[in-house]
Design a protein around this ligand. Sequence first.
Ligand SMILES: Nc1ncnc2c1ncn2[C@@H]1O[C@H](COP(=O)(O)OP(=O)(O)OP(=O)(O)O)[C@@H](O)[C@H]1O
Length: 544
Amino acid sequence: MTHNHDEVPRRLGNYWLETRLGSGYSGSIFRAYNVFSGEYVALKVQDINHECRTNRFEEYIYPLLQGGEGMPKLFASGVQGKWHYLVISLLGLSLDNIYRNNGKKPLDLRSACSIAIQVISRLQTMHDHEVLHRDIQLGNCAIGLTPNETMIYMIDFGFSKRYIDPVTHRHIPDSKRKRDFLGNYWFTSVGVHCKGRVPSRRDDLEAAALMFIHLLTPGGLSWTRDGIPKTDAQHNRLKRAKTSAQPGDLCRGMPSEFEEFLRYCRRLKFAERPDYEHWMNEFRELAHQNGFTDIDKFIWPPPLQQARAVRPQQGVPAVTKSEMENVLQGLAKLQLNNRPALVDQTNVPPVAQTGAQAGKLGARKDSEVIEFSSDSSVDHPAQEPPGKLPPRTPVRTKKATRLFVLRRAVLDAIDNATLSEVVAEFTTFLRETGSSKTLTKEGFAFLDALYKQLGDPSVFVQPMRTSRTRSTKQDKPAEPQPAHVKLDLVARLKRDVARAQDNRALAQMVADFGTVTNRSSSRTITKDGYAFLEGLAAQLKALN
Ligand SMILES: Nc1ncnc2c1ncn2[C@@H]1O[C@H](COP(=O)(O)OP(=O)(O)OP(=O)(O)O)[C@@H](O)[C@H]1O
């Protein structure tokens, strides 16, 4: 049953209704003001006979959330005639309004990080108050009005539910029985939408992850592009597309945090508490690495300088053409002659003609240009046609890009002499760049590649850099070690590297070095660490 909003009285309770702000399936929302105080509010009104009495559910949920950051205030609720009304804080634009007003263009990375931090924080607040949202979408996140315009609020609790039983204090039970889907087509998790599972905290987070990815994807998530499905066949097609989309494909060209976050949400168990703090910190760190300041505030439109810093685009390298040329010229100096393979590679599918095999890397044609991206998809050659490099001035990208190029050179290397040169270059580069000697994610990715190449290029290698705070059993956090453990081990590695007999022994040393660096509190490279890397380059040459 729908209603004509012209029928809604001009006054409900102590509130005088002005303009209509929006309307959904079950009711309308008006800008209104308190006739006594003059205070402006938003008033949600619904016919009491409506088949979907979401106002009643919201009336139950709002009090549970009062006082939480980013939760609208509930001022009043009641019934007048055939109208049920809820009076809540008046807010500004929804993220859906912002996205549409911006021509549905992908958002800048600063805005995406800021939204990610705030939305995860809102979900933490709701979940800590024992409530699931169950309908996370752009239209249900709204910014405040001045002076709260940098705060994202959560709205529309019509589908929300307590997941802790108020009597037994136990988590709601899971069920094998398939349920009808509840939520929205675009962002509701694959488990709930496509497999009929019972929603829990993990699904709110997965919906948020899909929303962030959507905001960074040109044209949005693929299954959103044909509009709302009108038939069962269309809906089934949408579900198939959603189910089969792999995180790596959805997030190609984006910073790896987005893909990792989606994977993390999908690994969570039904009743498991997500590690909200960890993910907020990951997005803060990502923002920090890109030079964004004040990231806990959502600033729209984004500050000009910061918006320009990095704008991730699907499959498009995040470097300028001239930066890419510089890097390639540097690599061209490497002598890559045909020498025996490092290890038995019969298990490895033949690699397409790479720069290493073709001769000098600098001689690569545009179509052979390797992918520059600060995500884990660097193993896949860029799908985008070359020459589509957007102008930008990345802050962190230069360092990250250089490290990725070196990592690629490791994977392409076919002999120890080449590896020796690449390791020497990696060491010099680390010594020369930046005031911080911290080994970045890209630095660890280099070590992973080196370990794989020295040991067995055909096997999957568990990354050496692990999360500090991950709470699932599978991903044990890396316990920090006392400083002397690292110092002792690295000193030993420095001493022993010159005595290593073969590549496998060197591989083990690289793994030990990466692991101990990861477990040190600041992940820095010490003087002995540099000496070890230099010794490694020398020993590789000697073992050639
Ligand atoms: N507190 C508010 N202040 C200002 N605008 C709001 C507020 N709450 C909602 N709106 C606007 O009204 C729209 C509909 O709001 P809401 O989603 O709460 O209603 P609904 O009837 O439950 O909608 P739907 O059925 O589409 O879920 C929102 O997208 C937003 O643009």
